[in-house]
Design a protein around this ligand. Structure first.
Ligand code: PEP
Length: 252
């Protein structure tokens, strides 16, 4: 993958059962995408293997929405990195704010998962973000520094270059519909880049892909991609429909 590849992807969250996922994956497999873009989709676990089977070896990378850090064991309801790899996924989303808020995900479990994903050859898509309280009290940078430093604790410089980081302000994702201002994203991503260089040194810290997510649409996606230190966008609602996804990818 070239250094300047732009990542554009979507998590289908708890949408699209096995039948709808299959239809969507088949449509994606027929689509072409600009060479500079690495598109990715993150289906629910119930269709992960089917979507991987259809898209593997093609243009669209596939990821899982979460994982446990252990390989196996008595963890009812959980999915291990071994299982995700066996399905054929390349990416795994870790630490999305919905998991932190509703399912008790902590900075420390996020760290266990990031390191476990890397051990299993998966590329972590690490999600970090400030809540609206943190944003209004002007502690966004402190919050992101804590989340990032703990999530990457113990990750080697070499492994770090395989990590994708998505900055997703909690106040901007989902129903709020309020996308972050491009100037704010630029400042925040500059801060994240400096942190990454401090954590891992200049080369590895510069190699980490930094994505913005939060009410990204066909209309605003290109304005984020144009910013320095924005290497892609992570999209929810505006990209669940595969034609909208392709239109968004083509527009950046
Ligand atoms: C998300 O929930 O990660 C997300 C980016 O959602 P949306 O684009 O719908 O705000």
């Amino acid at each position: 993958m070239e250094r300047n590849t732009i990542w554009v992807g979507t998590s289908w969250k708890m949408n699209k059962g096995p039948v709808a996922s299959l239809v969507a994956a088949k449509e994606l497999a027929r689509m072409s995408f600009p060479v500079a873009i690495q598109p990715f989709v993150i289906p629910p676990f119930t269709s992960l293997k089917d979507v991987c089977d259809i898209l593997s070896g093609g243009r669209v990378a596939v990821g899982a929405q979460n994982m446990h850090w252990e390989d196996d064991g008595p963890w009812t309801g959980e999915i291990s990195p071994v299982m995700i790899s066996e399905c054929g996924a390349e990416l795994v989303e870790i630490g999305h704010s919905e998991r932190r808020i509703h399912f008790g995900e902590t900075d420390w479990t996020v760290n266990l998962k990031v390191r476990s994903a890397l051990r299993h050859g998966l590329r972590p898509l690490l999600c970090i973000g400030d809540t609206s309280d943190e944003y209004y009290h002007d502690v966004t940078n402190e919050t992101l520094a804590r989340q990032l430093k703990i999530a990457l604790h113990g990750v080697s410089e070499e492994d770090l270059s395989r990590v994708l980081v998505a900055y997703e302000p909690v106040w901007a994702i989902g129903a709020s519909g309020r996308a972050a201002d491009a100037t704010f994203v630029e400042t925040t991503h500059d801060h994240l880049r400096k942190l990454l260089r401090n954590i891992a040194g200049s080369d590895s810290g510069s190699a980490v892909k930094l994505l913005y997510g939060g009410s990204v649409t066909q209309e605003n996606a290109a304005s984020y991609i144009a910013l320095p230190n924005v290497d892609g966008v992570f999209v929810g609602r505006a990209a669940w429909n595969v034609d909208h996804f392709r239109a968004l990818v083509e527009g950046v």
